[in-house]
Structure formats: structure tokens, C-alpha cells
Design a protein around this ligand. Structure first.
Ligand SMILES: C[S@@+](CC[C@H](N)C(=O)[O-])C[C@H]1O[C@@H](n2cnc3c(N)ncnc32)[C@H](O)[C@@H]1O
Length: 206
């Protein structure tokens, strides 16, 4: 596992602490996540980068045989991913990287994937600009993310609750990820509402 030269991101200590219990805690949503990851990942092609790979829960959801580069800012999450990696007969490279300053060359990947990541990245706009930079022209970004509702009352409530939720280390619940994607230069190809308009499967292209 190589270690990128990074500055600590605000998200890191929280996820380092959470790594031990992450799989247990997330087992409640994992069956849900896995089904939707799989649906998105059948589109994955060419060279694939996963941002915020966490404990490697997604490894089971990739089509057979495709090689993956998985990055995360948390060394402890990567340790867990490394343990899982051993039980898969596929090429998986794990690297410690901050999505805010990826060490990859411009246009290095055909596909970038993330699930439940951009709610906790300190600066999602900058992170998505980095993803845009490392994606090839014509490449695609596949995302499973929760976002702020467009419903006036629900959106207002999410804004009010966000400081508390965020302080608990659960990320921001009021991010307008679709708008950030457009601002980063992506074209939205698919925006599928999975749970009301709170959880979305997104396909974006460069
Ligand atoms: C909620 S977990 C999701 C993990 C995994 N994608 C999944 O679906 O189970 C969010 C992950 O994003 C990572 N992360 C947060 N900020 C990051 C950053 N700036 N750069 C890279 N990874 C980051 C965290 O360390 C954590 O592993």
C-alpha cells in the first residue's frame, strides 16, 4: 500500500476512529448500498478509481476481473480494506490519498466511483474538481450519495439539523452534490432518486 504525501483533512481523525466499528455500524445499510453500487458499477469500464474506498465494502460489487485503484484519506479504513482485499481474486491497489489533492496525472482514469463519500469531504467542490481533472475526456463518474432535499420543508429541516449531525461525525446532510458536479464541469447523464430525493444514484460524464 503506498502512502501519498498529504495534509490531514478534517474528516480523517473521525474515520480513523470509526474504522473499527464501521462494518458493524454500516451492516444495516450495506444490503441496500450493495444492490445500488452493483447497478452503478455494471457501467464501470477501463481504468477505475474509487474515492473513499473505506473498508472495501464495494469490492464485492464490481464486475468480475476489473482492476481497481482505491484511495482513502484514513489509514485505519485502508487497513480494513487491505484485509478484505486478500479474499478477492482481482487486482486492487490501495493508496492513502486526499481527494482534495490527488497525486494522479490529469486524465488518468476512465471511470471514477464513490459511495457515501462527498457528504464528508471537507470541500466537496474542490474534491469534485480533482475527480474531473483525473478523469479522461468522455470518462464517467458513478456516485451513490445522499443529498439535500429540494422539498422546501425537508430542505429547511436538513439545514437546521446539519450542525448537530455533522458534529456527530456523520458528514453533512445538506449538500447540493448535483450543483457541485455541474460547477466542477461534469454533465449529469443520470440522476436517479433512490429514496425520495435524498439518496441518488448519479452518472456524470466529462
Ligand atoms: C461513509 S465512508 C464510505 C466508505 C465506502 N465508500 C462505503 O461505501 O462503505 C466515507 C469514506 O470517505 C473517506 N474520506 C473522507 N474524506 C476524504 C478525503 N478528503 N479524501 C479521501 N477519502 C475521504 C473516509 O475516510 C471514509 O472512508
Amino acid at each position: 500500500m503506498s502512502t501519498g504525501n498529504i495534509r490531514d483533512d478534517a474528516a480523517k481523525p473521525g474515520f480513523d476512529r470509526a474504522a473499527r466499528f464501521y462494518d458493524l455500524f454500516y451492516s444495516v445499510v450495506e444490503a441496500f448500498s450493495s444492490r445500488h453500487r452493483r447497478e452503478l458499477l455494471h457501467r464501470a469500464r477501463g481504468s477505475i478509481l474509487e474515492i473513499g474506498v473505506g473498508t472495501g465494502s464495494s469490492f464485492q460489487d464490481y464486475p468480475p476481473g476489473v482492476p481497481i485503484v482505491g484511495v482513502d484519506i484514513s489509514q485505519e479504513m485502508l487497513h480494513r480494506a487491505e484485509e478484505k482485499r486478500r479474499s478477492y481474486d482481482r487486482e486492487i491497489e490501495l493508496r492513502k490519498e486526499d481527494v482534495l489533492r490527488l497525486s494522479f496525472d490529469d486524465e488518468a482514469f476512465d471511470t471514477v466511483f464513490s459511495s457515501w463519500v462527498f457528504c464528508s469531504v471537507a470541500d466537496p467542490r474542490r474534491g469534485l474538481s480533482e475527480v474531473h481533472r483525473v478523469l479522461k475526456r468522455g470518462g464517467q463518474l458513478l456516485m451513490l450519495e445522499h443529498v439535500r432535499s429540494k422539498n422546501r420543508i425537508l430542505g429547511w429541516l436538513m439545514d437546521r439539523l446539519n450542525p448537530l449531525v455533522s458534529r456527530l461525525g456523520l458528514g453533512d446532510i445538506n449538500r447540493d452534490t448535483i450543483q457541485y458536479l455541474r460547477q466542477a464541469g461534469f454533465k449529469i447523464e443520470q440522476e436517479q432518486n433512490i429514496t425520495y430525493d435524498l439518496v441518488k444514484a448519479i452518472v456524470a460524464s466529462k
